[in-house]
Design a protein around this ligand. Structure first.
Ligand code: 9MG
Length: 260
């Protein structure tokens, strides 16, 4: 899954792709490099990010979604937690909903239930503005498993088939450095829930803080975490650097195939 931020304040590509033409150039490159899903986001979810109005998010994302659908065959995901944006994206043929709030916001369950596309339910403790202030868990892995079970139940009650769901532990969303790496090491804990896992660690602080690297120096760390995530059970990896990630994952794949 290649990341396409159409926000002026995104943490790692700083609003370079706010115009449709620029966005399409980036999408074309990600498709050539091997992305099978493009994730469009119009609201930054980095720690401390400010809220964006429904209208601003619609204006940023929907024209880009339409342009991608017109020009490419690639699947498109909408990264949103707003029911109105989900509804319009579904109307325009979006292929997947990526909700960092796991359909908890008003109207989201109902809108998702009226479509039949896959939905990624991400775990977040707290809200982006404050989530990195001393996150606490009774037991990190048990608490997140329980959160997934509750959200799967809520989806099923709303009429959403379990088969449509994808789970994501939400690296960097209300987790300390150690908690992030504990999650990465134990991603397979969530496999018994019986759903595909998505992992998003690309260029995040869990890499920068451990290695003391600025955002533009986090490629090696991002690739290492991508490989570990797949090794530990993830089947979708959300990344900025598609080409490099595909190279790393191809090496992982061939060694896996040739294992005795
Ligand atoms: C939008 N967004 C930012 N980080 C993310 C992550 O780790 N997972 C998902 N599903 N979405 C994310």
């Amino acid at each position: 899954m290649g990341i396409l931020n159409v926000t002026p304040d995104s943490f790692s590509d700083g609003g370079k792709f706010t115009q449709i033409d620029n966005a399409l150039v980036q999408v074309e490159q990600m498709v050539i490099d091997g992305a099978s899903i493009i994730d469009i986001g119009g609201e930054s979810t980095r720690p401390g990010a400010v809220d964006v109005s429904v209208n601003d998010e619609l204006v940023r994302t929907i024209p880009v979604l339409k342009a991608i659908k017109e020009n490419f065959k690639v699947a498109v995901s909408i990264d949103t937690s707003k029911s109105a944006v989900m509804a319009e994206a579904i109307e325009q043929g979006v292929d997947l909903i990526n909700d960092v709030c796991a359909l908890k916001n008003d109207g989201c369950l109902a809108v998702a239930a009226q479509s039949n596309i896959p939905i990624c339910l991400m775990h977040m403790q707290g809200k982006p503005r404050t989530m990195q202030t001393n996150p606490q868990y009774d037991d990190l892995l048990d608490d997140i498993s329980e959160f997934f079970r509750q959200r799967i139940d809520a989806c099923q009650t709303a009429g959403i088939n379990k088969e449509r769901l994808i789970l994501d532990p939400g690296f960097g969303f209300g987790k300390s450095l150690e908690q992030n790496y504990k999650l990465l090491a134990n991603l397979s804990t969530f496999k018994p829930l019986g759903l595909p896992l998505l992992s998003g660690t690309s260029r995040k602080s869990m890499i920068g803080d451990l290695l003391n690297r600025e955002v533009n120096e986090r490629l090696s760390g991002s690739l290492t975490t991508a490989v570990l995530a797949v090794q530990n059970g993830a089947s979708i990896i959300r990344v900025h650097d598609v080409k490099e990630t595909m190279d790393a994952l191809k090496i992982l794949q061939i060694t896996h195939q040739l294992q005795r």
